[in-house]
Write a protein that binds this ligand. Structure first.
Ligand SMILES: [Zn+2]
Length: 198
């Protein structure tokens, strides 16, 4: 029972944290919409540049084309194909494989590079550098160990306090539905604290 109560408190905690996540997602969606609008503006500018490059007779800058293709997944392939004077279906072949450089998804701020063979791969979520990845795993293991220790210690303390209270002839306070309030315990129908029942 005590464990079930603790579990429902964990559920409550998740629900509250989801509210915060909703806010963060809404902010990200707004920023994403702004990035998309800016990408379309770049696309229109590339179109103008493409027309002029054709009139002047100078091929579109290949280095820039590669950068647009691999570093800016928000740009449409058609927007890159136009100034190149290439067909959309041939752009991928011309670009070959790419190296994607992004800040590590952890907190180290290192720029990490990985090889990608498609723009879909390049668009994937930020990656962690090997150090941050190892650190995250270690932190998870540490937090789990701490949580387990805390949980065992918490219930041991409860048992000890209740035993002492009963030995002194006192009556343990009855259970109250105040998550996290010390000194309240779930009791059975006889008023015996559940934590003392093996
Ligand atoms: Zn890192």
């Amino acid at each position: 029972m005590a464990d079930e109560d603790a579990l429902s408190r964990e559920y409550e905690q998740v629900t509250q944290m989801l509210d915060a996540l909703d806010t963060a997602i809404a902010e990200r969606d707004t920023a994403k919409a702004r990035a998309t609008a800016t990408a379309r503006a770049v696309g229109r500018q590339l179109e103008r540049l493409g027309y002029l490059a054709r009139i002047v007779g100078i091929p579109f800058d290949r280095e820039l084309a590669r950068r647009l293709y691999w570093d800016y997944p928000d740009l449409l392939v058609s927007e890159i194909a136009h100034p190149m004077g290439a067909h959309v279906s041939s752009v991928a072949r011309e670009m070959g494989n790419g190296a994607v450089e992004r800040p590590c998804g952890g907190a180290c701020g290192r720029i990490i590079t990985w090889q990608v063979s498609s723009r879909t791969d390049a668009r994937k979520q930020a990656r962690l550098c090997p150090e941050c990845s190892a650190e995250l795993e270690a932190r998870r293991a540490q937090r789990f160990a701490e949580w387990q220790v805390e949980r065992v210690r918490g219930s041991e303390d409860d048992r000890q306090m209740l035993r002492e209270a009963l030995e002194r002839g006192g009556e343990p306070r009855r259970y109250a539905e105040f998550p996290g309030v010390p000194g309240t315990w779930a009791v059975d129908e006889n008023g015996v604290p559940l934590v003392l029942i093996d």
